[in-house]
Design a protein around this ligand. Structure first.
Ligand code: PLP
Length: 408
């Protein structure tokens, strides 16, 4: 595959390697972040790339932060390492209401710099050099880099391509004495799957039987469509001491830039995770924590509105894809705001396809290979952008594809 790295090198960007640790040399900036950088150099592109919802942060959150900034002298200072006590209490109430999880706000919750910090800290806490970490694949690209950064070995287990469901038997076969953890992201980025409860329960059972950790990335917990519900692995009592669940304010409250999320796990695990949190962040940004508090304590109809709008954007993207069935196939997403388009261009790898789309049609997509081997021959698109952006992107793709870019 043409890698993002080689595409960047070709475009004049070079990387220093001498003196750089092997731990860092072996990881990459994910293609999700690199494609917009390339697009920035190309100019005039419309994005179906990075998952940034088009919505502004709701005004009641912004107003609350402005008030705090003016009236609360502590708002510009470090908070306690695990976060503002009032926010941790609000998170605990939220976990109880949404998922039936009884979390101790003082011992089992830490507010983090987005779910991303929580995930990295979780991985560094439990994974040692050579430990295997199972990733149902395709998978969120950064999970791979987080495993590698902890010097673990990603073990990819393909999802069922017919519906992007979990292959429980495949996961069972992948378990070895070196298996340290599995990362489950549900609802799923990049496929939009909302995994079956029964499959999740069976994997929880496997974790108990074979004594490994479950890292549950629940960034999109609020975002399931067609009246379905989200099932949190963190609600299973049998996983009590082996689950590390991460959550985010980024998408739920349109707060991607505030960089705030949280981790929930048992006290014993959190004590260890806190060491990493202290070493890399000290605390999540204080103002963002006040924003998160306002988000949880304020009206929740903004969350339902985001879900409703994204469901109609999902429908729009699927309609447009149905028009392009000669070129792509796909599975209708049930959650999150992504889908994987299977490319019907034999012999053309996903990086080549995505770079040509970017340069020639001026549409940003993410090459599927960035999401692990099962992602090859797919492009991930996000329908988090506006209807106008989605329409324009599909219009450009249609015109480009009708020009038979890969030969007639
Ligand atoms: C699956 C998944 N996990 C984690 C993150 C990072 O979330 P945050 O913005 O809270 O760091 C993202 C962001 O797109 C994501 O898609």
């Amino acid at each position: 595959m043409t890698s993002v790295r080689s595409a960047l090198v070709a475009s004049g960007k070079t990387y220093r390697t001498e003196g750089i640790s092997q731990r860092v040399r072996q990881i990459n900036i994910s293609a999700i972040k690199e494609m917009p950088l390339i697009a920035n150099r190309v100019g005039g592109c419309v994005s179906l790339g990075q998952g940034i919802p088009s919505f502004p942060t709701p005004p009641h959150i912004v107003d609350a932060v402005c008030r705090v900034l003016k009236e609360e002298p502590l708002s510009g200072k470090y908070t306690l390492g695990p976060g503002l006590p009032a926010l941790r209490e609000a998170v605990a109430r939220h976990l109880e209401e949404q998922n039936g999880i009884a979390a101790d706000p003082d011992r089992e919750i830490c507010i983090t710099v987005g779910a991303m910090e929580a995930l990295s800290a979780a991985m560094l806490t439990v994974v040692e050099r050579g430990d295997e970490v199972i990733l149902p694949s395709p998978n969120y690209a950064s999970h791979i880099e987080q495993v590698l950064l902890a010097e673990g070995v990603p073990v990819f287990v393909p999802l069922h391509t017919a519906d992007w469901g979990l292959d429980v038997e495949g996961i069972r076969r992948a378990v070895t004495p070196r298996t340290k953890a599995i990362v489950l992201c549900n609802p799923h980025n990049p496929t939009g799957a909302n995994f079956a409860r029964e499959d999740l329960r069976q994997i929880a059972q496997l974790a108990v039987e074979h004594d490994f950790f479950v890292i549950s990335d629940e960034t999109y917990d609020f975002l399931v469509y067609d009246g379905q519900s989200h099932f949190s692995l963190a609600s299973l009592p049998e996983l009590r001491d082996r689950i590390i669940a991460t959550f985010s304010f980024s998408k739920k409250y349109a707060m991607t830039g505030w960089r705030v999320g949280y981790v929930y796990c048992s006290e014993g695990l959190l004590d260890q995770i806190m060491k990493i949190h202290d070493a890399v962040a000290i605390c999540a940004p204080a103002l963002s924590q006040y924003a998160a508090l306002a988000a949880l304590e304020g009206p929740q109809d903004c969350v339902a509105q985001i879900r409703t709008v994204l469901q109609s954007r999902r429908d729009l993207a699927c309609d447009r894809l149905d028009d392009l069935s000669e070129f792509f196939d796909y599975v209708r997403p049930q959650g999150a705001y992504y889908l994987m388009m299977g490319t019907k261009a034999p012999g053309v790898d996903s990086m080549t396809y995505a770079l040509r789309l970017l340069h020639e049609a001026r549409v940003i997509t993410i090459p599927g290979a960035a999401f692990g081997p099962t992602g090859e021959h797919h492009l991930r698109i996000s329908f988090g952008g506006t209807e106008a952006e989605i329409e324009e992107a599909f219009h450009r793709m249609k015109q480009w594809l009708e020009g038979q870019p890969f030969g007639g």
